[in-house]
Design a binder for this molecule. Structure first.
Ligand code: 3EB
Length: 330
């Protein structure tokens, strides 16, 4: 009988960068887990499953977003899911036709994601992005985002415990694409979902925001200290209410207060995280009105000059929210 030594797998490491290079150059790196192109000038499709196009217009010319790990990456396409794995992490993406019923679309997509994760050796979703058309079309509980929340919960098929919630973003394409796009970062090891003391937990939102509270955590702290804090889409929500519907700049200030509050929460778990977003943070802003993109870019340049950023034209899931920011912090 031979006894194999138990080798602990090395801690997962993830580096997120915004890079000005052609996608094929970025894809040549065997340790590249995923690369994202934004807007009309990025390739709409590449054969490499690690490339994903996000159909949100950009301010100026956006760089690519590259996710790198410290191991060789393998990748493929299976059952319509593009995937890659390496270093304890997995990227996955799926896209489905959205014929207008955002509840049915989300239910089908999330049921596929659940089946995929359950069969995967990377079963823990840390971070999920959702991009859908016409996110705030429809009135009251018929609004497409509210139906999306119902469908997402139905597709997952069981109530997630607070300790299982991923960090997430849900943004609307400003122009119809006919498609719902879902992509994720999953891991072998579960992380710690974090909440923001300035905000009601989204999963406890009161009934006025729809029949199904959205199932996401405000941020997720991965188990590995070689990974950044993963920050959900963060808007000018305090308690459960939207603030400053009349002012883009006031909403940006509220978002920054929310980001600082989340970082303070994360630092209680991991004191080595910097207290402010700096050169090792990465932020993406989603802006509802195209005319406001330069103002958001200028505001970020003035208030967070050291933080690399991408400014995108996208609709936040409440009409009065003019801007939302997500990203990572290290
Ligand atoms: C909010 O604070 C803004 O439904 O997955 C942010 C991040 C928002 C994720 C989601 C929604 C989601 O409620 C909206």
């Amino acid at each position: 009988m031979s006894v194999l030594p138990t080798v602990a797998s090395p801690a997962a490491a993830l580096r997120v960068d915004y890079v000005d290079a052609p996608a094929p150059v970025v894809l040549a790196d065997p340790r590249l887990l995923a690369v994202f192109g934004f807007g009309a000038t990025a390739p709409a499709h590449l054969d490499d499953p690690r490339y994903l196009h996000v159909a949100l217009p950009v301010h100026g010319t956006a760089p690519l977003e590259a996710w790198r790990v410290e191991a060789e990456v393998t990748c493929g396409r299976e059952d319509g899911i593009a995937w890659s794995t390496g270093g304890g992490l997995q990227f996955g993406a799926l896209e489905v036709v959205d014929d207008g019923d955002s509840e049915a679309t989300a239910a089908a997509a999330y049921a596929r994601l659940q089946r995929w994760l359950a069969a995967s050796d990377h079963p823990h979703p840390l971070r999920i992005w959702n991009y859908l058309d016409a996110i705030t079309a429809g009135e009251g509980d018929a609004e497409r985002y509210r139906r999306f929340c119902v469908g997402r919960a139905r597709g997952i098929g069981r109530a997630l415990a607070p300790g299982e919630l991923p960090a997430a973003t849900a943004i609307g394409h400003p122009q119809p694409t006919g498609r719902f796009q879902l992509y994720w970062l999953a891991a072998r090891d579960a992380g710690t979902p974090l909440e923001n003391p300035r905000q009601v937990q989204a999963w406890r939102y009161p009934r006025q925001y729809g029949p199904q509270p959205p199932g996401f955590a405000r941020a997720l702290l991965p188990a590995s200290t070689a990974m950044p804090l993963l920050v959900s889409g963060t808007a000018a929500v305090v308690g459960h209410a939207s603030r400053h519907g009349d002012s883009l700049e006031a909403q940006l200030e509220e978002i920054l207060a929310n980001l600082h509050s989340l970082i303070a929460t994360a630092r209680a778990h991991r004191p080595t995280l910097p207290p402010q977003p700096g050169p090792d943070a990465r932020l993406k802003a989603y802006v509802r009105d195209a005319e406001a993109l330069p103002r958001v870019d200028a505001w970020l340049a003035a208030h967070l000059p050291d933080v690399p950023r991408i400014v995108l034209h996208g609709h936040v899931c409440r009409r009065e929210l003019r801007v939302e920011i997500d990203g990572c912090h290290a």
